[in-house]
Design a protein around this ligand. Sequence first.
Ligand code: AMP
Ligand code: AMP
Length: 361
Amino acid sequence: MITGKDIAEILGKYNLDKLAIGTLGSHSSLNIFKGAKEEGFRTVCICKEQDTILYKKFPLADELIIVKDFTELLNPALQEKLRILNTVLIPHGSFTAYLSTEQLTDSLYVPMFGNRQLLHWEANRKSQEEWLRQAGLRLPETFKTPDDIDRLVIAKLPGAKGGRGYFLANSPESFYKKFGEMVKRGLLREEDVGKIHLQEYALGVNVYPSYFSSIIKDDVELLAVDRRYESAVDAIGKIPAGEQLEIDVNPTYTIVGNFPIVLRESLLPEFLRMGENVHRKARELAPPGIIGPFCLETVVTDDLKIYTFEISARIVAGTNVGIGTSPYAYLRYGPNMYMGRRIALELKEAREQGRLQEVLA
Ligand code: AMP
Ligand code: AMP
């Protein structure tokens, strides 16, 4: 495991005046690079050959390191190159999508903005639930067996990519009927029944608030709110109910983009408290708690209850809707503040105050 001592040693050899901000070339890289440049940092992009057009058309990367595959980030020679460039890595969704938690905590000898220990809490559904519940958030209830189903539930197969194979049921009978149909269609196997996660279905609209936990300012800021644009689920409503039944469409959730949201103002106090509480709990579980961006995945019901079903303790791509400005970043900082820039600002202030190591845990 990479320790604070390892990071201190690496930083000791860095030329801090030439500190660069680096990340994998996808997900929210343009957001991160633009913010870095606006705060005066050099930028390093680890990129696949076929994606280089992105950084030609949007010239925000000072260094392009071409790789075949993002797992090359584990290559010692590549890491050495990043260190020579005085790079601090900003993790985003592609880090956890292409590398394992263990690889990120044990084999990445490059300073990374954030708290690596929280990756373990985030990666496991059970520990993540514990974290959020202990922070006092409202989570959808889970059911141990299909026989306990007494309301509308969503049945999730672990590791189901993009919601493929998810289905809804409102009684044990409807569960077994639908499960049987899924087995017949070859989407599930009989023995999967014990592995299915049964969760109360929160009927409402999805809201994804993005926060920034600042170690330097000792504050949790709400910077942006978005919702997702998902295929096929956002397409189903365009087909009349009769045809929906005929073609048997699956409500999959493959992400295509995001929309900004401005929340009803009376919901803000609760969302602000939730952000504070999640960080406070994280500080107990893995000091110093969340470093930098995090996002809660919530559903708000028609009686204005907020259900949280996931946390991402890193920048989410939904913050791309705020590149330039989001209303909440504007209210806090004035024009031209957004998640990528907020990260760079934190690194700049940490460097000025000689506290860099505190944000590279
Ligand atoms: P990509 O590099 O686009 O394949 O994305 C890496 C990971 O981040 C994948 O697991 C995606 O599902 C997720 N991701 C990418 N873009 C978004 C987005 N706009 N909103 C939510 N998740 C995203
Ligand atoms: P997940 O794979 O858990 O991220 O879920 C994919 C999508 O399914 C989410 O973005 C939600 O829109 C929906 N979803 C998941 N769990 C629930 C729930 N308990 N209640 C309502 N919608 C849910």
